[in-house]
Write a protein that binds this ligand. Structure first.
Ligand code: MSP
Length: 680
């Protein structure tokens, strides 16, 4: 059985943990828990990236020595992962001696291979990214596209890694490992980047000192990415020398182990290009797979300290529990795509899927029927007496288990949850169809026993399959079924199958509701506490053809003192039905979307309106949507607005959106109505 090794990026310690970093860590923990459940030797690594100019500067700004500063930042990370129930096997810090030793070793190996040499380097350097940029990758005014700050010109004598020699080797490696990067679209970006030809990479710095010193060159420190990437091996303790064996390395690193790096899409290039090149140079095997997830926005906006919408996971955990946040993040933000964190949607999923869907199922059957009709014991049933409906649900459970396992094996935690939730829906439907409460009332105990048994079995499947996502809730669920908590062990596969069925006579233990309900007032009070107070972002006049509640704010003179919300609340004067019917409102599908040059708000969309053809529409939603997130979406469009030119481009319609100046949401039909359907 091959070992499984999953890693998160090591986080910079200049920020405290937030839901973005929590997302990576939770995803890795879900995968680790799943593989442990399958009985596989599993190792989960996370940690901190503590070197670099940015950190040195941050420490000095605070009047601290860098080491004291980074030491101070460690406890919040450790505490956050504990609170989120992320059970890592190792926590690495790049300031640890064990790590520095490995960086030296990797350096020596690359140097011995002839891939490290010295030369002058002058470049445009972003301190935030700790990376050099070429002009073409920067925004106007040589501004970093990620940190939106001007880059600095740095010149220094440095060591270079001969990355240019690795283009062909990397392309051959990609060819031989067609799943090396996921999702596939991102792999294509990586391949195109490498196909353009790689430049040698400067991998040492003499302009600052907070880092791992270069072997035999104490006035240079190792480039922070060469340093940071090595962490994935430092944790495995080796190999220190080419002739030395490291048992952990042997077991967990590729090719023996399956190595999955979970990273955000912004740091994919470092992991999918530089890292395998360093390893190839050192004669080591690259990781098995690099999985790039998307970016989280908060209520439609990029998370940022200046906007005040930086979400730490702690308060959500205190309000709803770690499991609920874990479930929500894995369910709501499709793994691999960008997504939006919204407190409203978190509560909607809490009440809907968790409370009504799963919690209620357990409650309805265990707390009432099993308790009252069977003395709380799992009834004995003859399996060959079950009818088609019963067998249908048991088959559904097996199918969900097979599918979810495959999806989790392939690192699709969101898809796996969807498959598992089909079982929740099917089980609820089964209960509605079989009406066990009626059977109980009528005293049809034999039939009732069959129904109850089938539902309890479905719940057993669910309790195990959902455990990687919600370990505590699932242990509580299993306890109510009379089963013990899951305690994974190497060599014992605990994934549910029909042969591990709930034994008849098991004493169930009805307990507290898994997901207790809050009434409207309680929920409002919780939301008021949780939702960050964000300053409304004033829309500039080039807001484009988008209509939204925020639009009046865009048009309002800057001196207006009426807050956006008050202006919105004022009702408009009545209109006539005929006036309304003059509007040609249609459903369209976004075929392509891109940013309009020199505008951070305008997106150029091509929208298919069915019989009306495809229209070019400019929409002022660029601050709220990434273009790629709109492609393929069905949206509402005002189609009979006279064409209007903006930024030299003609807009042939208007996208309908709703918002309050803080959040903006494009309207879309919740069923797949044909393109061009009228809206009225
Ligand atoms: N230190 C480097 C990683 C080195 S790994 C050898 C780094 N650190 S980071 O703290 O800036 O980011 C760590 C991870 O957090 C990245 O994968 C990044 O994508 C992720 N996220 C930070 N903000 C995020 C969101 N808003 N949404 C999703 N993930 C985000 O880069």
């Amino acid at each position: 059985m091959s070992a499984f090794y999953v890693t998160t990026p090591i986080y910079y310690v200049n920020d405290k943990p937030h839901i973005g970093t929590a997302y990576s860590t939770i995803a890795a923990d879900v995968l680790a828990r799943y593989h442990r459940l399958r009985g596989q030797p599993t190792r989960f690594l996370t940690g901190l990236d503590e070197h670099g100019l940015k950190l040195e500067r941050r420490a000095r700004e605070q009047g601290m020595e860098p080491q004291a500063y980074v030491d101070m930042m460690v406890p919040p990370f450790r505490a956050a992962w504990t609170q989120l129930r992320c059970e890592h096997d190792d926590f690495i810090r790049t300031t640890e001696p064990r790590h520095k030793q490995r960086v030296h070793e990797l350096w020596r190996r690359c140097k011995a291979a002839g891939d490290i040499f010295e030369d002058d380097y002058e470049g445009l350097y972003c301190v935030g990214c700790e990376a050099y940029y070429t002009e073409k990758d920067l925004l106007e005014g040589n501004v970093c596209p990620i940190h939106k700050k001007p880059v600095e010109v740095l010149k220094e004598r440095t060591s270079f890694f001969r990355l240019s020699a690795f283009s062909d080797k990397l392309l051959a490696f990609y060819e031989a490992n067609p799943k090396f990067v996921q999702p596939e679209g991102r792999f294509n970006e990586v391949k195109s980047f490498v196909k353009e030809g790689l430049k040698d990479l400067s991998i040492s710095r003499s302009t600052f000192s907070w880092g791992v010193t270069v072997p035999d060159q104490p006035n240079h420190v190792v480039y922070v990415w060469f340093d940071a990437l090595t962490n994935y091996m430092s944790s495995l303790e080796g190999p220190a020398r080419a002739d030395e064996k490291s048992p952990l390395m042997d077991q967990f690193w590729a090719p023996n182990g399956r190595v999955i790096h979970i990273v955000g899409k912004d740091i994919l290039r470092f992991h999918a290009v530089y890292w395998p090149a360093f390893l190839m140079s050192a004669g080591l095997t690259p990781p098995t797979q690099v999985w790039a997830h998307g970016w989280l926005t908060v209520d439609g906006q990029k998370m940022s300290k200046s906007l005040g919408n930086f979400i730490p996971p702690g308060p959500v955990v205190e309000a709803l529990g770690a499991d609920v946040l874990r479930y929500y993040l894995m369910r709501d933000i499709a793994f691999g795509q960008d997504g939006d964190f919204s407190h409203q949607s978190l509560f909607a999923r809490y009440h809907g899927e968790l409370g009504n869907g799963l919690g209620n199922l357990l409650n309805r059957v265990v707390a009432t029927i099993v308790k009252n009709s069977f003395d709380g014991k799992v009834p004995a049933v003859a399996l060959d007496q079950l009818n088609d409906l019963d067998r249908g649900l048991l088959t559904k459970a097996k199918e969900a288990a097979t599918l979810a396992a495959r999806q989790l094996d392939e690192v699709h935690p969101t898809r796996a949850l969807e498959s598992i939730w089909e079982l929740v829906a099917a089980a609820n439907k089964y209960v509605d169809q079989t009406e066990p409460w009626k059977l109980a009332k009528q005293g049809e105990l034999e039939r009732l026993g069959q129904v109850v048994y089938v539902v309890l079995e479905a719940l057993r499947y669910l309790g195990v399959m959902l455990w990687p996502y919600m370990p505590d809730k699932c242990d509580a669920l299993l306890a109510q079924l009379g089963l013990s908590s899951l305690a994974p062990n190497v060599g014992r596969d605990l994934w549910p199958t029909e042969t591990k069925a709930l034994p008849a006579g098991t004493q169930t233990q009805p307990g507290a509701a898994l997901f207790p309900r809050f009434d409207k007032d309680q929920e409002k009070a919780m939301l008021d506490k949780l939702i960050p107070k964000v300053e409304p972002v004033a829309e500039a006049p080039d807001a484009g053809n988008v209509t939204s509640a925020a639009a009046p704010a865009a048009a309002a003179p800057a001196a207006s003192t009426t807050p956006v919300k008050d202006r919105e609340l004022a009702a408009k004067a009545d209109t006539s039905f005929d006036e309304f019917m003059k509007l040609d409102l249609r459903v369209g599908e976004v075929k392509t979307a891109e940013r309009v040059k020199k505008s951070d708000k305008l997106l150029r969309l091509e929208v298919d309106l069915g019989p009306l053809g495809t229209r070019q529409i400019l929409a002022g939603i660029g601050k709220h949507y990434a273009p790629e997130d709109l492609v393929g979406k069905r949206i509402a469009v005002l189609a009979n607005l006279p064409p209007r030119k903006m930024m030299g481009l003609e807009s042939q319609g208007m996208v309908l959106a709703a918002g309050d100046g803080e959040v903006l949401s494009v309207m879309h039909p919740h069923k797949d109505v044909p393109l061009g359907s009228t809206i009225a």
